[in-house]
Design a protein around this ligand. Structure first.
Ligand code: NAD
Length: 304
C-alpha cells in the first residue's frame, strides 16, 4: 500500500504559524466572539477547538453562551461593539430558515464565517473582490475554503496554470450538497476550473465552466448519473455524509484517487488506502485556521 494519510494538523500548521507571527509582529489584538445557543456536542467540540487554537495563535476568543431567543439582540450588540472584530455562530440554532436570517444579522464587516448574503452571492458569481480596485478579497465560507487549501496542499491545484483556472482537467466528486459546505464547495471548485459531480441524497448534479473553461463562472446541470458512473472517473472524492453507516465503496474508486472526508463520521471503508493515493480523514483544524485567517482580513478591512 502506498497511500499517504495526511492530517489536518500538518496542513494547517503553516497557516497557524503565519497567523501567530502576524499577530505578534504587528502587536495587534484581533477579537473573535462565538455565540453558542445550542447543546449540540459537535458545536461544543468545535467551540473548544476554536478556543484552543485562538489561544495558541494570539487571537482573543470569547465564547458567549445564550438562549436562542436572545441571540439576535446579542449579535446586534456585538455588531456595534468596536472591540469585536469577528462574529461566529454555532449552527444549527433553530435548524430552519431562521438560521439563514441570523446569518444575515451578522454584520458584513464581522462575518468571519462568510455566510451572509453578500459573500455567498459573490462566491456563486465568481466575484473575487469587494472593491473595484481589487484590494479586498471576498470572505469565503470556512469549511469550503479549508477544503480548497487541502487540495492546494496536496497538489491537486496545478500551480503552472493561471490563478482561477488551476483545477482545469480535474474531475471531483463531492458527496454532500448542504448550503454550508457541499454546494458552496462545488461552486468554488468549478469556478476554479474543475468538473465537479455534486451528490446528495436525491440526485447528482454537474458543476462546470464548460469545455476549455469558456464560461466566466460555473453553470449547473442535472444528470441521471449514478455513483457507480462517476466514482471510477474521479481524481478526487470528497465526502460529508453525517451518518456512521454511510460508506463509499472502495471498489468503485479510481486507482490513485485523492480521498478527503469532512464528515464527523468515517465515510470511507477501512480498506480505502488499498486504492487511494492520498487519504485525508478530517479537515476541522484547517477550518479553524481559515476562520482566523478570515478574522485577520476583516480586522484589516475595518474602514469599509
Ligand atoms: P447536512 O445534514 O446539512 O447535509 C448533509 C448532506 O449529505 C446533504 O446534502 C445530503 O443530501 C447528503 N447525504 C446524506 N445522506 C446521503 C447519502 N446516503 N448519499 C448521498 N448524499 C447524502 O450536513 P452538513 O452541515 O453539511 O455536515 C455534514 C457533515 O460534515 C457533518 O458530519 C458535520 O459534522 C461535518 N462538518 C464538518 C466541518 C469541518 O470543518 N470539519 C464543517 C461543517 C460540517
Amino acid at each position: 500500500m502506498s497511500c499517504k494519510t495526511i492530517l489536518a494538523k500538518e496542513i494547517s500548521a503553516s497557516f497557524r504559524e503565519e497567523i501567530k507571527a502576524t499577530i505578534k509582529s504587528r502587536g495587534i489584538k484581533p477579537k473573535l466572539v462565538g455565540f453558542l445557543a445550542n447543546e449540540d456536542p459537535a458545536a461544543i467540540k468545535y467551540a473548544e477547538s476554536t478556543s484552543k487554537t485562538c489561544e495558541e495563535t494570539g487571537v482573543i476568543f470569547e465564547l458567549r453562551k445564550c438562549n436562542r431567543e436572545q441571540l439576535e439582540d446579542l449579535i446586534v450588540e456585538a455588531n456595534e461593539d468596536d472591540s469585536v472584530h469577528g462574529i461566529m455562530v454555532y449552527y444549527p440554532v433553530f435548524g430552519d430558515r431562521q438560521d439563514q436570517y441570523l446569518q444575515n444579522v451578522v454584520s458584513v464587516s464581522k462575518d468571519v464565517e462568510g455566510l451572509c448574503h453578500k459573500y455567498i452571492y459573490n462566491m456563486y458569481h465568481n466575484n473575487r473582490f469587494l472593491d473595484e480596485k481589487q484590494t479586498k478579497k471576498c470572505i469565503i465560507p470556512c469549511t469550503p475554503l479549508a477544503i480548497v487549501k487541502v487540495l492546494e496542499y496536496i497538489g491537486v491545484y496545478n500551480p503552472v496554470l493561471p490563478y482561477g483556472d488551476r483545477l482545469h482537467g480535474r474531475i471531483i466528486t463531492i458527496i454532500n450538497r448542504s448550503e454550508i459546505v457541499g454546494r458552496p464547495l462545488a461552486a468554488l471548485l468549478a469556478n476554479d476550473g474543475g468538473k465537479v459531480y455534486s451528490v446528495d441524497i436525491n440526485n447528482i448534479q454537474e458543476f462546470h465552466r464548460g469545455t476549455g473553461l469558456r464560461l466566466r463562472k460555473h453553470e449547473v446541470q442535472d444528470t441521471n448519473l449514478k455513483l457507480e458512473d462517476i466514482l471510477p472517473l474521479s481524481d478526487v472524492v470528497i465526502t460529508g455524509v453525517p451518518t456512521p453507516s454511510y460508506k463509499v465503496p472502495t471498489a468503485l474508486l479510481r486507482d490513485g484517487a485523492v480521498t478527503i472526508n469532512f464528515s464527523a463520521f468515517k465515510n470511507f471503508e477501512d480498506n480505502v488506502k488499498e486504492k487511494a493515493s492520498i487519504y485525508v480523514p478530517a479537515v476541522g483544524k484547517v477550518t479553524i485556521a481559515m476562520l482566523e485567517r478570515n478574522l485577520l482580513r476583516l480586522y484589516d478591512y475595518r474602514s469599509f
